[in-house]
Design a protein. Structure first.
Length: 244
């Protein structure tokens, strides 16, 4: 059993003229052999993209990529014919499979877009490239955690990923409300917005957490997170295997 608290400022940071990005794990030119993943979660990038700018056409393969927009609008175009705009409250998944090219651009010419993009590997090869998007505003408004993306463990998940051992839970918590964090071999809790207190491992401990902070739980049992006075929005990956 381990509980690791990762403060926001401990993340790798890319700061260029159009992109302010905080990386939870090794990414691009940032590399630490001791920080490459947690369970099956390989990438969790917290990105703010300048108006009208973004990531031009580039390729991926053999990766399940989930994008969650916090503020603004992100335009996604890809080589299988998708042309969509992702806004807050929309769940989006791209399966790179045998190979896909796509671009992700800020759809707004005057406002920034803030998003979190997360990658897990598929549980098998040879998958055809695919895209899925669904409005989850109604489930988000109910409070608490709900299964945004899952590979089969949560059959009522909003979207499906090709990874049977992973589920992404999302919650927008009102001030003072508590979310029960899943008990799994590997759990990654990311505070996307707001603040609160966490009691990892089912303890009565009181660990303050703020925007950008994360908890990495390994066989830690159940946990809880209570939103602070401004509320909180959290992204929780539950995984039952680890990257080899």
């Amino acid at each position: 059993m381990t509980v690791q608290f990762v403060p926001a400022k401990a993340r790798f940071h890319t700061d260029i003229d159009w992109l302010d990005s905080w990386h939870s794990f090794s990414f691009g030119e940032h590399y630490d052999p001791a920080n490459t993943h947690h369970g099956l979660l390989l990438v969790s990038n917290d990105d703010v993209v300048a108006p009208g700018r973004g990531f031009g056409m580039h390729g991926h393969r053999d990766m399940e990529i989930v994008t969650w927009v916090l503020d603004g609008a992100l335009r996604h175009q890809d080589s299988i014919g998708t042309d969509d705009v992702i806004t807050p409250g929309l769940a989006q998944r791209m399966s790179a499979g045998t190979g896909i090219r796509h671009s992700e651009m800020n759809a707004n010419a005057t406002e920034r877009v803030h998003l979190v993009q997360m990658w897990v590997p598929p549980d098998r090869g040879g998958i055809a490239p695919d895209y899925e998007q669904r409005d989850v505003s109604d489930r988000l408004a109910q409070g608490g955690l709900f299964a945004l993306a899952s590979g089969g463990r949560e059959r009522d998940a909003a979207i499906t990923i090709h990874q049977r051992d992973a589920t992404l839970w999302v919650g927008r918590l009102e001030p003072g409300t508590t979310a029960e964090i899943p008990d799994a071999p590997f759990v990654h809790v990311f505070v996307a917005r707001g603040s609160g207190t966490a009691a990892p491992g089912g303890s009565e401990g009181d660990l303050p957490v703020s925007e950008g902070d994360a908890l990495r739980l390994t066989a830690a049992g159940s946990a809880r997170l209570t939103a602070g006075s401004e509320g909180a929005e959290i992204l929780v990956w539950e995984t039952h295997a680890e990257v080899a």
